[in-house]
Design a protein around this ligand. Structure first.
Ligand code: NDP
Ligand code: 8X3
Length: 260
């Protein structure tokens, strides 16, 4: 039987840890004894998560209030990590969002900028500032959270789908550029996961957001965190390049099974 790699005492940086998939990853990795750097803009939410995790475990957690769109802030946050936190082993580029579901020719410029700046540029900034240390230390794993939206386009998905297609290309490119090093790169690409995602997409319209998951059983953030954990705990010669996971009630971005 394959022996899992341990993440005990590994330093894992998770962006977008204040909610959804990122928060679920924090719990899974803390349970396995990893040291966590949790990144998001909402520090209070990170603090609440850290308190919850620490209730049951002697977890080692470092909180970083950071907007991943701000390149200077990302550079300074990464370069000023205390020495005991600076050698990041696993980077989980999870922070991301969709805004709106408008037709492209009617789209909102601010929504576009926010998606492109977060999902593409934010992910690139973290990667650019963290991976050189991995190369120097000759160890590391980057997990990018893509989406089924990077594989299949749906009406109104236009720019969000474009950002996730970019994440897919960036993951593949990073893997190629790191060939010859032991650093691994994975893209984990879920279908529908019930998180704050749809509420954010519809700018706080929770009725509209709830309808997205109505009558079907979506993935949970824990389902996705499990798959991420699986990717990073494979033996060190195994690279899981890409995982697409969907709820059983979903067959494509537009084909879903609703019971009402
Ligand atoms: P949530 O809205 O629940 O979580 C998004 C997280 O991203 C929050 O912690 C938020 O923190 C963080 N974030 C957003 N913008 C920034 C920013 N500028 N700087 C730092 N952090 C930021 O959604 P999910 O958990 O669902 O989303 C996580 C990832 O999964 C995203 O990349 C999303 O595209 C992807 N995904 C989601 C799917 C779904 O159906 N839910 C399906 C496929 C992929 P804060 O606001 O505190 O900064
Ligand atoms: C989130 C899944 O289908 O809403 O990336 O784009 S979808």
């Amino acid at each position: 039987m394959t022996k899992m790699l341990s993440v005990q005492n590994q330093i894992v940086l998770i962006t977008g840890a204040s909610s959804g998939i990122g928060a679920a990853c924090a719990k899974v990795f803390a349970n396995a004894g990893a040291k966590l750097i949790l990144v998001a803009r909402r520090l209070k939410r990170l603090q609440e998560l850290a308190d919850e995790v620490s209730k049951n475990l002697a977890a080692d957690i470092y909180l970083l209030q950071l907007d991943v769109r701000d390149r200077t802030a990302v550079e300074s946050a990464i370069s000023s990590l205390p020495p005991s936190w600076s050698e990041i082993d696993i980077l989980i580029n999870n922070a991301g969002l969709s805004r709106g579901l408008d037709k492209l020719h009617e789209g909102d410029f601010q929504d576009w900028e926010e998606m492109i700046d977060t999902n593409i540029k934010g992910l690139l900034y973290l990667t650019r500032y963290v991976v050189p240390g991995m190369v120097k230390r000759d160890r590391g794993h980057v997990v990018n959270i893509g989406s089924i939206a990077g594989h299949q386009i749906y009406p109104g998905g236009n720019v969000y789908c474009g950002t996730k297609a970019a994440v897919r290309a960036i993951s593949e490119g990073l893997k190629q550029d790191l060939l010859g090093t032991p650093i691994r790169v994975s893209s984990v690409d879920p279908g529908m996961v019930e998180t704050e995602f749809s509420e954010v997409r519809f700018h706080g319209d929770s009725d509209r957001a709830n309808k997205v998951y109505q009558g079907l059983k979506p993935l949970t953030p824990d389902d996705v965190a499990d798959v991420i954990f699986f990717c990073v705990t494979r033996p060190s010669h195994v690279n899981i390049n890409e995982v697409v996971l969907m709820p059983v009630d979903q067959a494509s971005t537009i084909l879903v099974n609703r019971r009402n």
